[in-house]
Design a protein around this ligand. Structure first.
Ligand code: TPP
Length: 579
């Protein structure tokens, strides 16, 4: 389309979305956004996927963004449509996922009058968006869209809201596409400071027990290759947080697994006994640090992150490095290539000993019921490391984080920061849209699944053949686990009674999916094979599992990582003298 044409604001919106390269929008129309849906109907470039709940649109945009490395897009009308997006925006904000949410707003003259379906969505979402715009003139739409995509996808990625008044969509103006987007005050620092990098190398040279504490930022920065090289160059052990599973292959002997509340003994021990944390794209989250005052007490800290606000937020950094992790790692590798580093072998041997000693065995059944860990492990083994895995939140999420085959970055999607139940099904839908040729397995809890499973209708009708495993322990398992451990086994309101209500396979069939169920060990592989043979429809597989399985190891909330338990009332022996 030629520049300087007279268009409606709605046409400008669609033209702008096409210009920034949007392929797909997940959304639901309504009064205030309706003008935008009219030209969208004609777009040859932008596919609109009509979801069943706006929260689903938001998580789908997240799944799409993670699967493709692009900015995901969701759209909703004003008021309740927009407020239904809030959870997904908060989720994307906590996990630094680049999405743009476009919402219709009541006509500009009615803003502030409690008009029908009016909600101050900018105000509501201000704490959970990287930035937001309220557009009240058609001419403001192209600039807002260009800026929103730039902000969402650069620096530390995150969600951006563009709220557009209905009259701005309906009115006409001259379409002018901004050649460059001028954003005063927005200049993410990407190039790390050379002096800081040299200081980091100095600290590494003095360390005896260093650990690479790797967060999701490494994956966001597409810096996994640089990390692999750093590990190879230095022999420094690695722990990868929940968001960083896949940043280094799980099979790498220097990968000691996930730290944190449900981390491995080796990973938690590595952090606690370290004398140097090299923290990369991670934020010292309380789920990793446990009681902060006793976290890694003997360690100096090198902290590299693209967001300066993260540095020294929870733990003071001795060497702060602000920058994009790709150049950070490339330049560190350059400085460390051929460097004469201390021998870290005793330290690595100590951690390898912990890993060997505290690897948890997995039994297929417990009291004749399937064990959830066994089911999840089998799904991972049969799907393979090229599959994309998406989870809900709870016990099944933690078992997945331990047991799936993480060999590549960008194949793992989970709600880490917000811990949003209901994330799995819609995020898997978005991932499958972004990666149509990939095998996408969602691993969900029976509680989580009941929050957003209606998006399987969307999947069935739109030809999005995700596979969802419902790990049915008939309870809100993670909460039940806390009740077992900390509330004297008083199971207040965690029993979902979901043995046959809902009947998950029948519910799946009703939504246009294939529905399967496994209750015995023999059935597990059979139903996984059957599910993988279906390529034209979504599949839901219910695995009926034991409800008393617990996630171990565990650091109780608010306690020190030193008090990690490997089973109820059972602490690891640290064998300090071996260090
Ligand atoms: C939206 C939302 N509500 C409540 C919670 C609190 N919560 C965390 S885990 C959990 C239980 C999840 O149950 P289920 O989906 O069955 O998974 P399981 O733990 O049994 O594997 C709850 C209620 C949450 N994280 N998110």
């Amino acid at each position: 389309m030629a520049e300087d044409q007279i268009l409606t604001g709605a046409q400008m919106l669609v033209e702008s979305l096409e210009r920034v390269g949007v392929e797909v929008v997940f959304g639901i129309p309504g009064g205030a956004i309706l003008p935008a849906y009219d030209p969208l109907f004609d777009s040859k470039l932008v596919r609109h996927i009509l979801v069943r709940h706006e929260q689903g649109a938001g998580h789908a945009a997240e799944g799409y963004a993670i699967a493709t490395g692009r900015v995901g897009v969701c759209m909703a009308t004003s008021g309740p449509g927009a407020t239904n997006l809030v959870t997904a925006l908060a989720d994307a904000y906590m996990d630094s996922v680049p999405i743009v949410a476009i919402t219709g707003q009541v006509a500009s003259a009615a803003i502030g009058t409690d008009a029908f379906q009016e909600a101050d969505i900018r105000g509501i979402t201000m704490p959970v968006t990287k930035h937001s715009f309220l557009v009240t003139e058609p001419d403001g739409i192209p600039t807002a869209i260009a800026a929103a995509f730039r902000i969402a996808g650069t620096g530390r990625p995150g969600p951006v809201l563009v709220d557009i008044a209905k009259d701005a969509l309906a009115a006409t103006g001259t379409f002018v596409w901004p050649g460059s987007v001028d954003l005063p005050g927005y200049h993410p620092v990407t190039k790390p400071h050379a002096k800081q990098l040299r200081s980091a190398v100095g600290l590494i040279g003095e360390a005896r027990r260093p650990v690479l504490y790797v967060g999701g930022g490494v994956i966001k920065a597409h810096a996994a290759d640089g990390l692999a090289e750093l590990v190879k160059n230095t022999g420094i052990p690695v722990v990868t947080t929940l968001m960083a599973r896949g940043a280094l292959p799980k099979s790498n002997p220097l990968n000691f697994g996930m730290p944190g509340m449900h981390g491995t003994v080796a990973a938690v021990g590595a952090l606690q006994r370290s004398d140097l944390l090299i923290a990369l794209g991670t934020r010292f989250d309380d789920r990793v640090t446990g009681k902060l005052s006793s976290f890694a007490p003997g360690a100096k800290v090198i902290h590299a992150d693209i967001d300066p606000a993260e540095i020294s937020k929870n733990r003071v950094a001795d060497v702060p490095i602000v920058g994009d992790l790709k150049p950070v790692l490339d330049e560190l590798n350059e400085l460390l290539r051929g460097a004469d580093l201390p021998d870290f072998t005793p330290w690595v041997d100590y951690l390898s000993g912990l890993r060997q000693k505290y690897t948890l065995g997995i039994e297929p059944t417990k009291e004749d019921m399937l064990s959830p860990e066994y089911v999840i492990k089998r799904i991972g083994e049969k799907a393979g490391s090229d599959a994309i895995f998406v989870t809900g939140v709870g016990q099944h999420q933690m078992w997945s984080a331990h047991l799936l085959p993480f060999e590549r970055p960008g194949r793992w999607m989970t709600s880490g920061g917000a811990g949003t139940m209901g994330y799995c099904v819609p995020a898997a839908m978005g991932a499958q849209v972004g990666a149509p040729d990939s095998l996408v397995w969602g691993i969900d809890g029976d509680g989580c699944f009941q929050m957003t499973n209606q998006e399987l209708v969307t999947c069935a009708l739109e030809g999005i053949p995700v596979k969802i495993a419902v790990i049915n322990n008939q309870s809100l398992g993670m909460v039940r686990q806390w009740q077992t451990l900390f509330y004297g086994e008083r199971y207040s309101n965690t029993d979902l009674k979901s043995l046959r209500v809902p009947d998950f396979p029948k519910l799946a069939e009703a939504m246009g999916c294939v529905g399967l169920r496994a209750e015995t060990v023999d059935e597990v592989d059979t139903v996984i094979d059957q599910a993988m043979a279906v390529t034209d429809r979504p599949v839901v597989v219910e695995f009926v599992v034991h409800k008393d399985a617990m996630v171990w190891p565990m650091v109780a909330a608010g306690t020190s990582n030193d008090d990690i338990k490997i089973a109820r009332d059972l602490a690891p022996a640290w064998d300090e003298e071996e260090l």
